[in-house]
Design a protein around this ligand. Structure first.
Ligand SMILES: Nc1ncnc2c1ncn2[C@@H]1O[C@H](COP(=O)(O)OP(=O)(O)OP(=O)(O)O)[C@@H](O)[C@H]1O
Ligand SMILES: [Mg+2]
Length: 269
């Protein structure tokens, strides 16, 4: 099966899980070029599982993923890594690595036969460090960083890979509100100015509504809502998917929906 070219990533009747346990069942999703898509849903709903499967970090047990119209299983690791970078939810790496050494790894898919880094690689690394505000941390070891600084180092690694598609699993975790907005503004800049296609998992529904063109809501491994934020972020959805009562207002600046959650239905008196 081949996809129309504007679909840079496509999941076709995807099934994925761990061992005998199926988490994602019969899920189909198309990602159009140049969009910011927010994946939202309760804890354990399968967001990370879906993201990892889309990036081929986890094999699908059934169905297929198409990257630019080609079955991702037919592509080499290098070809996939030049197209798609992923920031996993809980990446682990030898803590003794410095930030610079970590970010350098993003250039491996572009390096020559002996793994030599060239001028354009060093320039991509410097740019990724600068965009994430990590330049001054380049020689610091990862285990000496705060949670938020480490998170930004991982984002720098994904940016250094310089791919047209970027998948990020909770990129704002550990970040204070200022750095959260800085990262989200950076992603918006990369999307608008460089045409990057971005899929990100977010728990903050208001940020998802403000920064994404499209929200995809997962519940128990299935897509239960998919569309523009105004259509997706409703009080009915919040009740059905998250079990909370909430009012929805319009952001006075952007017009995007803002939810004010009031009560968890299960604990309401
Ligand atoms: N490595 C694993 N082995 C076995 N089960 C797993 C593994 N990783 C996740 N799961 C299970 O798969 C289900 C979906 O997990 P997943 O991490 O995809 O959820 P999520 O939507 O990303 O949740 P969160 O918002 O908490 O990050 C959960 O029930 C989880 O316990
Ligand atoms: Mg997760």
């Amino acid at each position: 099966m081949s996809s129309p070219e504007r679909f840079v990533l496509e999941a076709d009747r995807l099934q994925a899980g761990y061992g005998d346990r199926s988490i994602i069942a019969d899920l189909s999703l198309t990602i159009e070029q140049g969009n910011i898509t927010a994946l939202v849903g309760p804890n354990g709903s399968g967001k990370s599982t879906l993201l990892k499967t889309l990036a081929r970090l986890l094999s699908a047990t059934k169905g297929a993923i198409y990257l630019n119209g080609t079955d991702i299983n037919c592509l080499s690791t290098t070809v996939v890594a030049r197209q798609l970078a992923i920031l996993p939810q809980a990446p682990n790496v030898p803590a003794s690595l410095t930030v610079g050494e970590l970010v350098e790894q993003g250039r491996f898919p572009h390096a020559g036969p002996l793994g030599m880094l060239h001028r354009q690689d060093h320039s991509a690394i410097s740019q990724a460090l600068s965009l994430t505000g990590m330049t001054e941390f380049a020689y610091r070891s990862l285990d000496s960083l705060s949670g938020g600084e480490r998170q930004r180092a991982w984002i720098a690694l994904a940016l250094a890979q310089a791919t047209p598609i970027l998948l990020l699993d909770e990129p704002t975790t550990f970040l204070d509100i200022g750095h959260q907005l800085e990262v989200l503004d950076l992603l918006r800049f990369l999307n608008r100015e460089r045409g990057m296609t971005i899929i990100l998992v977010l728990h903050d529904l208001n940020q998802a509504a403000r920064y994404a063109n499209r929200m995809v809501v997962l519940k128990q491994g299935k897509i239960v809502a998919d569309g523009i934020p105004t259509n997706v972020l409703t009080s009915v959805l919040l009740e059905q998917v998250f079990g909370v009562r909430a009012h929805i207002l319009a952001d006075p600046k952007s017009g995007t929906p803002v939810c004010l959650p009031y009560a968890c239905i299960s604990t309401e008196s």
